[in-house]
Design a protein around this ligand. Structure first.
Ligand SMILES: C[S@@+](CC[C@H](N)C(=O)[O-])C[C@H]1O[C@@H](n2cnc3c(N)ncnc32)[C@H](O)[C@@H]1O
Length: 404
């Protein structure tokens, strides 16, 4: 055993000691005793706990890999998340004030991927253990919304009839206005009798929609989401902001940036999380890579009352960004995946768009793209961190860019 001092938290939320050595579930300032296994520290004993260390709110925390940071106080985590973004921006030479962080409450996650497998006695469902394939059951999970919790039992039922002997099912569970929307992969191949069995199960358990691989097995009721005045039924397993609280915080920030802009383009629009609420005041052009999402957005818009015109375009914005001279809008919303929006940002930096609401789930690519915009003479006016992945190392951020 050797003594180590934890100097900081790494981006994955592990404590880091000089070396670097990575020590899960430790905090900066702590002295620990541990054994080095490569760069990972094992058999960790905390000798001097940090004043920021707290008792984990969830009894599953020690074994479940779903949350990595329940051993740290809320205040410490809020500061740490803001600091990760601050440092990513500083690495690009950007120094900026931050608005106060918005953190989603416990038990508010409305979308999660559950693992389920058959056992000798029946089946089990939950999240993976930290850095392992082993599934941990989580009946008292503090992250999932109470209405999403029944998905754990249902995932077991699905595993009983549909998991292979060895593999685990991956069940993406989303809370919709009509109940659970479940998209399953990794199970037995579908044949006629099995499909019928799944259909009966969906009916018996009142699952709003059940999808197996890419096949919709049953839709008891279209599992719609409300985006402003519109009701949208996303394609199975589609992206949705992780909590209703987080979505509302992001939308508030985006609305403020867009202001009264009459014509808006929403890039990486998904199913219309931002486009449809913004269409209460603005004409919106929504652009997104997945055709099924554009179709869902369009249908939602057509059925809604009182919205301005929303047009949709299926387009790969990595390979085929909208060029600067075509960006003739009063404001842009851009919300790319983790890789960021390198090609599209180069075009934005050359454009005349007055205001850009940049939403990102990756501080590093956000900072890279922010630097591109600033080189193109945009000012980064403010940044807000939204923490809809409480107790994890994930970070969501919104920035306001304005043409100088
Ligand atoms: C972080 S999500 C945001 C979706 C939406 N703005 C929302 O808040 O629900 C990113 C979106 O980018 C889309 N996407 C990923 N790669 C893309 C690409 N190369 N071109 C266009 N869209 C892409 C994904 O399908 C996804 O809907």
């Amino acid at each position: 055993m050797t003594e180590f001092v934890i100097t900081r938290l790494g981006h994955q939320g592990d404590g880091v000691a000089d070396g670097p050595f990575f020590a899960p579930l430790t905090l900066p300032g702590e002295t620990i005793e541990a054994t080095a296994d490569g760069t990972t520290l094992r058999d960790i004993r905390v000798l001097t706990p940090s004043e920021n260390r707290v008792k984990a709110p969830c009894r599953h925390f020690k074994s479940c890999g779903g949350c990595g940071l329940q051993h740290a106080s809320d205040a410490f985590l809020a500061d740490w998340k803001v600091d990760v973004v601050r440092q990513a921006l500083a690495a690009q030479g950007i120094v900026i004030d931050f608005r106060p962080i918005e953190t989603s409450p416990p038990q508010s996650r409305r979308r999660a991927t559950i693992s389920a497998r058959r056992t000798k006695k029946g089946a089990m469902a939950g999240f993976h253990q930290r850095a392992s394939d082993v599934i941990v059951e989580i009946p008292d999970c503090q992250v999932l919304h109470p209405d999403l919790m029944p998905a754990l039992e249902i995932a077991k039922d699905l595993a009983m009839i549909g998991a292979s002997r060895k593999g685990a099912l991956s069940v993406t569970a989303t809370l919709s206005a009509e109940g659970l929307d479940l998209a399953v992969v990794g199970g037995k191949p579908l044949d006629g009798p099995f499909q019928a069995e799944l259909g009966l199960l969906a009916q018996r358990l009142g699952i709003a929609r059940l999808t197996w691989d890419d096949e919709v097995i049953a839709t008891l009721a279209p599992p719609w989401q409300a985006f402003g005045a519109a009701k949208v039924t996303p394609p199975p397993g589609a992206f949705l902001q992780a909590t209703a609280h987080g979505e509302a915080a992001l939308l508030r920030a985006v609305r403020e940036i867009i202001g009264e802009a009459p014509r808006v383009v929403d890039l990486f629009a998904g199913c219309g999380t931002f486009s449809l609420p913004l269409a209460e005041k603005a004409e919106v052009h929504a652009v997104e890579g997945l055709r099924a999402m554009m179709k869902a957005l369009d249908q939602g818009w057509r059925q809604a009352k009182g919205l301005k015109r929303v047009t949709t375009e299926t387009r790969d914005l990595f390979r085929n960004p909208i060029i600067a001279s075509d960006l003739r809008y009063d404001a842009v919303v851009i919300d790319p995946p983790r890789a960021g929006a390198e090609a599209q940002t180069i075009e934005l930096a050359r454009s005349d768009v007055p205001d850009i609401a940049f939403v990102s789930c990756n501080p590093v690519t956000f900072a890279r793209d922010a630097a591109t915009l600033i080189r193109g003479d945009y000012a980064l006016e403010w940044v807000q961190v939204v923490d809809q992945f409480r107790w994890s190392s994930h970070i969501e951020v919104v920035g306001k860019f304005s043409r100088r």
